[in-house]
Each structure stands twice: as C-alpha cells, then as structure tokens.
Design a protein around this ligand. Structure first.
Ligand SMILES: *[C@@H]1O[C@H](CO)[C@@H](O)[C@H](O)[C@H]1NC(C)=O
Ligand SMILES: *[C@@H]1O[C@H](CO)[C@@H](O)[C@H](O)[C@H]1NC(C)=O
Ligand SMILES: *[C@@H]1O[C@H](CO)[C@@H](O)[C@H](O)[C@H]1NC(C)=O
Ligand SMILES: *[C@@H]1O[C@H](CO)[C@@H](O)[C@H](O)[C@H]1NC(C)=O
Length: 387
C-alpha cells in the first residue's frame, strides 16, 4: 500500500476559524465596514474578470497588488472570506521557488488598517492545519476587465501574512476569499457586481477565467439551479441542500439520515479538490457503488474505495440532486480517479463536514448569484470555452 500523497493529491482550503486580535473586535470580522466603492473605474457594460490557472491540484487566480502593481497567484476559494498574501518580513512562510512574496515597503498605496488606534492583527485557520497570521491592511488590487482597461479596487482590505503554514507544493502566494462575507473580494467589489461570479474548471492545465458582474450570469440550454442558503454561524459559505445521490439508476436519498436534517447540508467550494459526505450518508453511497462495480477491491490509504482495474465502463454514472432542481449528471472523471495507471478509486470521501469540491464541478459553468440565492450549473466543455 502506498501513501496517500503518492496516491492522490488533495487540496482543502475552506475556513475553519477566523479571529481579529484586537480589543475592539474580539471575534469575527466586526471591524468597521467602510462604504463600498460606488465610483470605481468600472465602466458600464464591461465586466471584471481574472485569469485562473490550474496547477496540479488547485485553481489559482491571478491578480495584481500594490503600486506599482505586483502580480500574484492565489488560491481561488469560495469557501473563504479574507484575501491574504505572504508579505515581507515573513518570519515563517512557505516559499516554493517562484512564489511571489509581497513587499509592502515598495508600494505607495499600502496602508495598515487601524483598530483601536493600533494595527489590526488576525489569525485564520483552514482545514488540514493550514493557517495564516498577520495584520489587516488595505491595498490597490487590479484584475482585468472586458473593457480592456484594468478593473481597479483601491483600498481593498486584505491580510498581510507574516506567518503561514499551508501545504503548498505549488506557487500560490495566498488565498483569495470569495464567499459572501463582507470582506471577500466579491463583496468588496460592491453592488455593481450584483453579487455575481462564475467559473468553468476543466481539470486540464491552462488558463481559464473567473468572471464577475453581468458577464457571470449563467443561462441557456441545460442550465439548472440549486438553492443557496446562508447560515450565520458558518463563515458565509455557499450552502446547498443535497437531497440525494444517484448511483447508476439507484437513488440514495438523504432523507432519514442525520445529514438530511441539516438545512444547508453541504457547501460548494472552489478551493477543495474532492467531495466529502458525512459518514452516515456517505456509507450508503459507497455501498451503492460497491453493488454496481464488479472488479477486485484493493486496500487503499484513507479508506478509499479502490478497484484493480482501469476500465471506466465498469463504474456507474453518479448524479447529484440538489434542492431547487439541480440534478447534476456527473462525468465519470468528476467522481472517479485512475491511480498509478492501475486502480480506479471513488473520489467522494467520508468526512464529518460535507463539501462539494472542484473536481466534481469540472466541466460545468458554475454561477453564483448571491442576490437571487442560487448556484447555477451549465454543462460546458470548459477547455473549449476559453481557448
Ligand atoms: C464619484 O464620482 C463623481 C464624479 O467624478 C464625484 O462627483 C463623486 O464625488 C464621487 N463619489 C465618491 C463617493 O467618491
Ligand atoms: C508561527 O505560528 C506558529 C503557530 O502558531 C507558531 O508555532 C510559530 O512559533 C510561529 N512562527 C514564528 C516565526 O513566529
Ligand atoms: C493534510 O496534510 C498532510 C500533511 O501535509 C497531508 O499528508 C494530507 O494528505 C493532508 N490531508 C488532507 C485531507 O488534505
Ligand atoms: C473539449 O474542447 C477541447 C478543446 O476545444 C477539445 O480538444 C475536446 O475534445 C473537447 N472535449 C469534448 C468531450 O468534447
């Protein structure tokens, strides 16, 4: 048996806890929310977007920070709020070669945020023991726009991280939070964007786009939508209700499991690779897969459900049924992985917290609409879309 690391690559970046370490703001992000820009350089009829790149296991967003602008690549996280980047001086930052570490002293627009007359330290913890610690600051952020001119966001609040530990084997400089908390990049864009964003991940190396505003509306043939729920206690994740999972023709209902009793039982995250379901329900889905697949089971790390075969035809089509009417018929690529050219494994894992990860979203144009509270999915060949 080999180690999980050789077996598959996992990336889990959703926020677990966040603290502002300032007496005026003992918990959560209660520091003053400034008026959002109504006067951006945003031109009517144009939409901002960022180029994204797929880097072995995660999707990174390109943006520019500071004056003069420095380009960074950061994990695109719809399960996170605050944007942060590694900053100098960095007492402890993981720096694989090629990672850009932002130097605030070289930027004329960098400003520390002040809470209580002092600087405003924060700590955030992500899944799998990743964390960032630093101070809140404001900076000018730039992304692209369909007008051809950059979309400029002066005074954007972000975390200047001086101590982080993140399992980056690649080159990201930080994380861009895109959930619906008030400090996410989407929220900081203001009402012009109508709380709209969309992406289309292909799982192939190459560039794609994260769209905001009117260009992020997902509609047309094949589009389905799931209801999005907001929960106060849970860091502004985009929650959905998963009603059932069909394994081939067998529909496995969540009804009757503790999983069903939770309103908003799963959240969708662009920063998590695979999909997680809680044990009570997950085991039913696994059992349904085991009933269908006629191949030799093999022991695998992390209790993965693996078979010694490379014949995908032996595996069932999995459909996820979300409340609101989104029945997502997933490609086998979305739910199974070929490991070491010898095994096929199910990439739905049993974990306490349910997450709908990016691999399962591959080849859907996914649109978030916080004002209508819907997540739309449109089956799309994402590689073809951006080429
Ligand atoms: C927005 O821009 C207009 C025109 O340039 C200006 O008169 C107004 O004061 C600006 N408002 C804000 C909030 O900056
Ligand atoms: C960074 O934070 C970790 C975790 O809290 C701590 O153990 C470590 O001492 C810190 N490192 C530095 C250099 O401050
Ligand atoms: C958590 O991190 C460890 C060590 O970096 C890694 O081996 C493991 O695969 C990670 N697990 C998950 C679920 O991300
Ligand atoms: C998707 O588009 C790419 C690029 O145009 C093409 O190479 C590929 O064959 C398409 N895939 C499918 C399943 O149509």
């Amino acid at each position: 048996m080999m180690s999980t690391a050789h077996f598959i690559q996992i990336f889990t970046f959703f926020l677990i806890t966040a603290t502002v370490l300032s007496s005026s703001a003992p918990s959560g992000f209660s520091i003053d929310l400034f008026q959002r820009r109504s006067n951006n350089t945003h031109e009517l009829g144009s939409s901002p977007y960022a180029d994204t790149v797929f880097d072995s296991y995660g999707y990174l967003m390109k943006l520019q920070i500071g004056t003069p602008p420095v380009e960074i690549e950061a994990i695109l996280g719809t399960g996170s709020e605050i944007m942060w980047t590694n900053c100098l001086p960095c007492s402890n930052c993981v720096k694989p070669s090629g990672t850009v570490v932002f130097d605030p002293s070289k930027s004329s627009t960098y400003k520390e945020r002040i809470c209580d007359g002092k600087s405003c330290p924060y700590e955030m913890a992500y899944s799998n023991k990743s964390y960032t610690k630093g101070t809140f600051a404001t900076e000018t952020i730039r992304i692209k726009s369909t007008s051809g001119k950059p979309y400029v966001m002066p005074g954007t609040t972000f975390g200047c991280s001086h101590n982080s530990s993140v399992d980056f084997k690649t080159v990201p400089s930080g994380i861009v939070g895109l959930n619906w908390g008030s400090f996410s990049l989407l929220s900081q864009m203001g009402e012009d964007m109508l709380g709209l964003m969309s992406y289309c991940f292909s799982g192939e190396r190459g560039t794609s786009k994260l769209n905001f505003g009117s260009n992020a509306i997902v509609s047309g043939d094949g589009t389905v939508a799931a209801n999005m729920l907001r929960k106060k206690e849970a860091y502004s994740m985009y929650y959905l209700n998963l009603d059932a999972v069909s394994v081939g023709k067998v529909r496995v209902e969540t009804l009757g499991t503790p999983f069903h009793a939770t309103n908003g039982n799963i959240f969708i995250d662009s920063g998590t690779t695979y999909t997680y379901l809680p044990d009570s329900y997950c085991n039913k889905v696994r059992a349904a897969v085991e009933n269908v697949v006629k191949a030799e089971r093999v022991a695998a790390p992390d209790n993965m459900l693996c078979y010694r075969t490379t014949n995908m035809d032996l595996f069932p089509v999995i459909t996820m049924h979300f409340q609101g009417g989104a029945d997502l018929v997933l490609d086998k690529y979305n739910t199974f992985i070929i490991n070491n050219g010898k095994f096929i494994c199910l990439i739905i894992f049993c974990r306490p917290r349910a997450v709908f990860g990016n691999r399962a979203q591959n080849n859907f144009l996914v649109g978030y609409d916080t004002s209508s509270q819907l997540v739309s999915f449109k089956p799309t060949n994402c590689s073809a879309l951006w080429s």
